[in-house]
Ligand binder design. Structure first.
Ligand SMILES: [Zn+2]
Length: 454
């Protein structure tokens, strides 16, 4: 039994770039789009499970959980511009209901600063064009629902392009507060409409949602000491509609597979177990990760640290890391990765838009690695441009090459130089977002809670 990581010496990490690319082609070229609950998503999960098994991991399982699968949709949107009707591209946000065809008045709302205009019933019979970021305030959402618009057109302020992205609405908001028909339109079309003073639109939206099962793949490298908390390494294999998700998040899945293979090849067992999870239905707001956490809450004392790879392959970009945990965790991760040639900016922020969040809610600290190429975002995401042409094998290889020794050293260590829980200020934000977006109990997991159905 090794007494410390040093007895083994640092294992040289040799990332197999050809294998990374082969895995990427299987996910994005052979399988393609992988929307939650579709046969393609199940094929991706079966591929991941097969690779885990081939890599020598144990307890490889495909766990299924319920989701609403977006089967088909159609949106017809047109505006009166320069005296004639002109069609504009629009997509329904997955999870939102459709609406009957009709011509309606268009009301512009700049959010969040104009939320005070949302008086109950004030938008009845009208369509609201909402310009702003993805909404995260349940209070503003409730006001929007109470204003009772016939439909909402979202214009995402982060994406100044001529195309329309695919996105989703929060399932918990639909259940709790209701949801108007919500479609996304292209920023540059909205720009032209606003400048031209467009005030009438024709809109029809139909959508077919079906209850389905989505798969999460779980596999383990067992540790020597089952009493020491494990490291969990995550990615998600599903996509939004209309794209193959080469960066979001086939890049994380191919990185996860390579990390698993390289760690499995190290000599001897580490002290701590390392669990690998590839989630389904992340794009519906981490439905898979939330189902997993709910179903395995009894295990939460064994979850020591979560490491997430989501969108890690921008050729041009910045390495960033959302750190939920104390400053010692961020400092440790930054220094350890820098020792392997990777400089990463740390963002000490809680974000609900990733599979880390349900684990954070369960009290587990996390590091989420990603690459941005526009401030806070990725221009190509959720659009057909998120293709194999726009990814960098080198980027993923660099991350894997740095993470493998860092995760390996953490797995070998009996003690960690950072706190076991996120600090209080982060826990308060997590509790509020967990309730508003996921319907988690505000007080956090009950002591001894577990065996809840997902
Ligand atoms: Zn993603």
């Amino acid at each position: 039994m090794p007494r410390s990581g040093s007895s083994r010496g640092p294992a040289p990490v040799s990332v197999d770039r050809r294998r990374l690319w082969r895995d990427w082609e299987v996910l994005c070229a052979d399988i393609g789009e992988r929307r939650a609950g579709t046969p393609e998503e199940h094929r991706a999960a079966a591929f991941v499970a097969g690779e885990f098994a081939k890599g020598g991991l144990r307890s490889v399982e495909v766990l299924e959980f319920p989701c609403l699968s977006h089967r088909s949709s159609r949106v017809d949107l047109a505006a009166r511009e320069g005296g004639r009707w002109r069609a504009a591209d629009a997509r329904i946000l997955a999870g939102a209901p459709g609406c009957a065809a009709g011509e309606r008045e268009l009301v512009w709302l700049e959010m969040p600063e104009e939320a005070a205009r949302l008086a109950p019933g004030s938008l009845r019979g009208r369509v609201a064009a909402v310009f702003g970021p993805l909404p995260t305030s349940a209070r503003d959402h409730r006001r929007l629902v109470a204003a009772a618009p016939d439909a909402v057109i979202h214009v995402d302020e982060r994406l100044p392009f001529a195309w329309t992205k695919s996105d989703g609405v929060y399932p918990e908001w639909v259940r709790r507060y209701g949801m108007p028909t919500t479609v996304a339109m292209a920023y540059l079309d909205a720009w032209r409409w606003r400048k031209a003073g467009v005030s009438r639109v024709r809109l029809a939206a139909s959508v077919q949602l079906e209850p389905a099962l989505s798969p999460t793949v779980s596999a383990v490298l067992p540790g020597q000491d089952p009493l020491l908390p494990e490291i969990l390494v995550l990615a998600h294999h599903d996509t939004q509609a209309g794209n193959v998700g080469a960066d979001d998040n086939a890049s994380g899945v191919v990185g996860l597979l390579e990390i698993a293979r390289l760690l499995a090849k190290r000599r001897g067992r580490a002290r701590r177990g390392i669990r690998f999870l590839s989630f389904g239905a992340e794009e519906q707001l981490s439905v898979g990760a939330a189902a997993y956490v709910r179903a395995h809450l009894a295990d939460r004392g064994r979850w020591g640290l979560v490491v997430n790879l989501d969108s890690v392959s921008s050729p041009l970009g910045h390495w960033e890391m959302y750190c939920v945990g104390d400053r010692a965790l961020a400092r440790h991760a930054q220094a350890a990765l820098a020792g392997h040639g990777l400089a990463v900016a740390s963002k000490p922020e809680v974000t609900p838009f990733g599979d880390i969040f349900p684990f954070n809610w369960a009290g587990v600290p996390s590091l989420w690695f990603f690459r941005t190429n526009t401030p806070g975002a990725r221009w190509q995401h959720h659009s057909p441009s998120d293709s194999l042409e726009n990814v960098s094998v080198d980027a993923v290889a660099r991350l894997v090459g740095a993470l493998v020794p860092v995760i390996g050293a953490l797995a070998d260590a009996a003690d960690w130089p950072f706190g076991a829980r996120p600090p209080l200020a982060q826990r308060q934000v997590i509790a509020r977002l967990g309730q508003e977006l996921f319907g988690f109990p505000l007080r956090g997991p009950r002591a001894g809670a577990g065996r809840q159905s997902s």
